[in-house]
Ligand binder design. Structure first.
Ligand SMILES: *Cc1c(COP(=O)(O)O)cnc(C)c1O
Ligand code: SF4
Length: 368
């Protein structure tokens, strides 16, 4: 099938940058946009919006790559890419929001490592990202430097717990580390005999696809079985560059999954989700989870009802390949809870009546 993804547009402010620089992730990072005045030279905002941005940007870390800026419609205040990464006054009004909605601190026997499930842990190895998502549920962590010895301490903990067979390397964004440091971290995890599966969670295929170089993919491939889950939330993020990054990883034998967040104003429309999940399959990324928005402080304007989420996800069934439909889950301090709109209409001694995608009722007779 032909991949429709097109190259990300460049903001005119970067018109004169040579391709070699533009396509170099180190250049993209060094040119990262972290200044409100610089940002508002590129994006049209009112004076009041700008003041709100400044205050929200002081409350929660922000920055973005020139690459990701190019995906923003500079004249559309409701642009789904803009909403995800530009600081917004609404972040400051969230009385019901929680600092640590998943009580990760409580589940951290060692700082920067979360042991919630019996046989797997999440290990935060970095506190930085290429673009800071306004909906991030780890704002706490991206606001704070990890302790210098926290990796060593986590390693000792994992060594002492032979039931841990799956380590999810996350952050922040682990691919913000240099190849050398990442290699060191992964090798030391791989040395532990009972750790069978390594997983990386990274948003860089979406926000800084240049980071995915053949050298990085070759290095990661030394640690198979290694899986990578990324985060695309809107079809516009699936550019030719992102497709290229995913292709490099796939060719290194790394299976790719996607963990989206359902976000009001960003992707809470049926057509948007249809296009997102279809495009993910086209670039060989399997939609894995879509999370109900977390109750993280500062994200009230993204939250929607579970009923709305259930309705949306239910409307995809039958219209998309089953492969394209992720598990809709509510992330709780007791783990992820998968949810699905009920398709059992009635269930009794005679059998079960089921609601099908095309609106029929199917009667499945009971077996003796
Ligand atoms: C999500 C998560 C995992 C991995 O969960 P899977 O359902 O296996 O993908 C592991 N530990 C923590 C703390 C998590 O939040
Ligand atoms: S990439 Fe992940 S850790 Fe970083 S800001 Fe976004 S959601 Fe948070």
């Amino acid at each position: 099938m032909h991949i429709e993804a097109v190259k990300a547009p460049r903001h005119p402010a970067y018109r004169n940058i040579a391709d070699a620089e533009w396509n170099d992730w180190r250049w993209q990072m060094s040119a990262g946009i972290r200044d409100i005045d610089k940002l508002t030279n590129c994006i049209s905002v009112s004076a009041q919006e700008k003041e709100g941005m400044r205050r929200a940007g002081e409350a929660y870390r922000w920055s973005l790559t020139p690459y990701f800026l190019g995906l923003i419609d500079p004249f559309d205040p409701t642009c789904p890419i803009r909403l995800q990464v530009l600081p917004d006054e609404r972040e400051l009004f969230d009385p019901d929001g929680l600092e640590d909605p998943l009580l990760e601190e409580k589940h951290s026997p060692v700082e920067d490592m979360i042991h919630l499930y019996p046989n797997r842990v999440a290990l935060c190895v970095s506190d930085s990202c290429a673009a800071y998502c306004r909906h991030c549920f780890r704002k706490r962590r991206t606001l704070r430097k990890p302790r210098p010895d926290s990796f060593d301490r986590a390693l000792e903990y994992i060594k002492g717990h032979s039931e841990i067979c799956d380590v999810l390397v996350t952050g922040g964004d682990p691919l913000m580390l240099s190849d050398e440091i990442l290699h060191d971290r992964l090798s030391r995890l791989r040395e532990i005999k009972h750790v069978k599966i390594l997983r990386i969670g990274s948003r860089l295929p979406a926000t800084l696809p240049m980071r995915i170089t053949p050298e990085l993919a070759g290095m990661l491939a030394e640690f198979h079985p290694l899986y990578l889950n990324t985060q695309f939330n809107h079809p516009r993020e699936i550019t030719a560059e992102a497709a290229g990054a995913c292709d490099i990883l796939s060719r290194a034998g790394i299976q790719l999954g996607n963990q989206s967040v359902l976000l009001k104003g960003v992707n809470d429309r049926r057509e948007t989700l249809m296009e997102l999940f279809q495009k993910l399959l086209l670039i060989r990324v399997k939609p894995y989870y879509i999370f109900h928005p977390h109750r993280q402080r500062g994200t009230r304007h993204f939250r929607l009802s579970i009923d709305r989420g259930l309705e949306l996800m239910d409307s995809l069934r039958g219209y998309l390949p089953g492969m394209a439909i992720p598990t809709y889950a509510v992330d709780t301090p007791h783990g992820k809870v998968p949810i699905l709109k009920d398709r059992i209409v009635s269930n009794d001694d005679n059998g079960t009546r089921l609601r099908t995608f095309d609106g029929e009722i199917w009667f499945e007779k009971k077996e003796d």
